[in-house]
Design a protein around this ligand. Structure first.
Ligand SMILES: [Zn+2]
Length: 263
């Protein structure tokens, strides 16, 4: 058994300090994405939209009374803003992003000093290019690795269900399909993913499907093909889904913001 420290959707928060990491020598720390603070992402949006306008759009999206059509329009409006803002970063934005990743790197370097292996994947609110720049080889994308006796697959599948990617962290259906292709030949025991698989009890948000359709399809296919193969998924993204689910032969561990488990 190998201990695994999982963290997801930290949004600028620090790693918990109440854990005796020195007892976890040989463990793996796996960051499942979405590390940047919300305030930083908003700063980027303010390059193209006013604070008032952004608040108004958000209020519509979160409103319980608003008609669905109006809410969908607001989601599209926000994505249009994001597309423009996130592809036109200022020097200051880039500096802030890198600084934020470096703060996290400093914390994980402390874990490394204690003999803990560090791995990170990106989420939809991340900038893979800068995450990779700061974390180097510790940043993983579409790679298989043995952890103890288990075969783990790093699958940064950040996406918004049914939408084309607009943010740098979002991965298109085509790219996800390409990444997961190798898993049909060598089925992993564990998936470290940002978004949970679609069609599962933890992949809905206020009744709407938000999961990864490519991972969902993969699990359905191999489940009928292999029957008894036990698969474990460790994912974040859906904050309210802080629970474990056993679904057919799939064990889904939803992480927010931190969890200690054994594989
Ligand atoms: Zn996310």
């Amino acid at each position: 058994m190998v201990s695994v420290i999982l963290a997801s959707d930290l949004h600028g928060k620090s790693l918990p300090q109440d854990i005796d990491y020195s007892k976890l020598r040989g463990a793996y720390f796996v960051g499942l994405g979405d590390y940047l603070p919300d305030s930083l992402l908003d700063d980027i949006r303010y390059n193209v939209v006013s604070k008032e306008k952004l608040n108004k759009i958000r209020k519509t999206i979160r409103s319980k009374e608003e008609a669905q059509m109006k809410k969908n329009k607001a989601v599209n409006e926000l994505r249009k803003i994001d597309k423009e803002a996130f592809s036109n970063l200022t020097e200051k934005n880039i500096g802030d992003i890198i600084e934020s990743y470096e703060a996290l790197k400093e914390q994980t370097d402390e874990l490394k000093k204690k003999g803990i292996h560090v791995r990170v994947i990106h989420g939809n609110r991340d900038f893979p290019e800068y995450l990779k720049k700061v974390f180097g080889e510790q940043y993983k994308k579409g790679e298989m690795e043995k952890i103890g006796e288990k075969r783990a697959f790093y699958y940064p599948n950040a996406c918004k269900f049914g939408y084309e990617p607009v943010r740098p962290g979002e991965v298109s259906i085509e790219e996800r399909k390409k990444m997961i292709k190798q898993c049909y030949k060598r089925i992993p025991d564990i998936f470290f993913s940002h978004t949970p698989p679609a069609g599962t009890p933890i992949s809905t948000y206020y009744g709407k499907e938000v999961g990864d359709e490519v991972l969902g399809e993969f699990l359905r296919k191999i489940n009928t093909k292999r029957g008894q193969k036990k698969i474990q998924i460790c994912s974040g993204h859906v904050h309210q889904a802080r629970e474990e689910n056993i679904l057919m032969e799939i064990h889904i561990l939803s992480v927010y913001p931190f969890c200690l488990t054994k594989l």
